[in-house]
Design a protein around this ligand. Structure first.
Ligand code: GUN
Length: 280
């Protein structure tokens, strides 16, 4: 089964449309997301455009702020601080990566947890680690939603995550652990990657290396989730060699059209949730 992330994301966006309508009826305004884009990284431009398009489709107000690549830390921080103070702004997203002169950690720390719709803050990650309610990073949250809507229950399953980033690998491990999976996290120093992967009932590849996961690393009937977004000869491809892996997997996500659309859908969902929580 190929998991159609595009279709699931469209369904979630439709659900969000009525959620934002209810919000508008109750509070007389739309939930609002502020996006900060610094510089002109081409991939970031595409991501931000899609995020704003998603807002428009779901009745979320989007405020886009573009700063030049050479902007100073002080100026960037002043913008974020202004967005933090503004009552009508429910979520703040600073698109990554940032130019070298910007201290990303310092800039992101200015975003309070209740407006941190990326779920990157120490407080939100801490809550996730403790199994408490908070805002969860969009990509891992989208993967959990895909798994759920395919009626796959992680309980008691062996989940193997390849990649230990703060944005995907680590929060993914915590979500699967919270869903009662047995979790292994692999990374660049892992000794026997293929062997570890072959133990997986649920395999999540989030490394950024085209074709790293081949069919021989996949257990028959495993669920394979590909988070990779690699450019190869002008084409987008994942971390999994899809053609061969699809023959062994019970469920597999394609690239593009798998996890990617879910990331944006969950961002929009996080904005709605943040707006509702702030108005309570
Ligand atoms: N750059 C790549 N992925 C992401 C993401 O999920 N959030 C932000 N803010 N920037 C990114």
């Amino acid at each position: 089964m190929i998991i159609d992330g595009k279709a699931v994301a469209a369904q979630i966006r439709a659900e969000l449309k009525s959620r934002t309508a209810r919000f508008f009826e109750k509070y007389g305004r739309a939930p609002a997301l502020a996006v900060v884009l610094i510089g002109n990284d081409p991939a970031s431009e595409v991501y931000v455009r899609n995020k704003i398009k998603g807002c428009e489709e779901t009745g979320i107000r989007s405020l886009c702020y573009r700063l030049p690549a050479a902007v100073s830390q002080e100026e960037a921080l002043a913008l974020v601080n202004d967005l933090v103070r503004r009552e009508e702004v429910d979520g703040i997203l600073v698109q990554l990566p940032l130019p070298v002169q910007i201290d990303a950690e310092k800039l992101l720390r200015a975003i309070p947890p209740e407006k941190d719709v990326d779920g990157f803050s120490a407080e939100n990650i801490g809550k996730l680690a403790r199994g408490e309610e908070g805002i969860v990073a969009c990509t891992p949250l989208g993967i959990m939603e895909l798994i759920k809507r395919c009626h796959i229950d992680p309980r008691g399953k062996h989940a193997v995550i390849v990649g230990r980033s703060n944005i995907v690998g680590k929060p993914m491990a915590m979500l699967l652990l919270n869903a009662d999976a047995t979790v292994t996290v692999c990374h660049s120093k892992t000794k026997a990657l293929a062997e570890e992967c072959r133990r997986a009932d649920i395999l999540v590849a989030a490394v950024g290396k085209a074709g790293l996961i081949t069919a021989d690393m996949i257990k028959e009937g495993a669920v394979v989730i590909d988070v990779g977004m690699n450019r190869k000869e002008g084409r987008l491809c994942g971390d999994v060699d899809f053609e061969s892996a699809a023959k062994k997997a019970s469920y597999i996500t394609p690239v593009p059209g798998g996890v990617g659309p879910m990331t944006i859908a969950m961002l929009l969902s996080n904005v709605c949730a943040a707006a509702e929580a702030r108005m309570k």
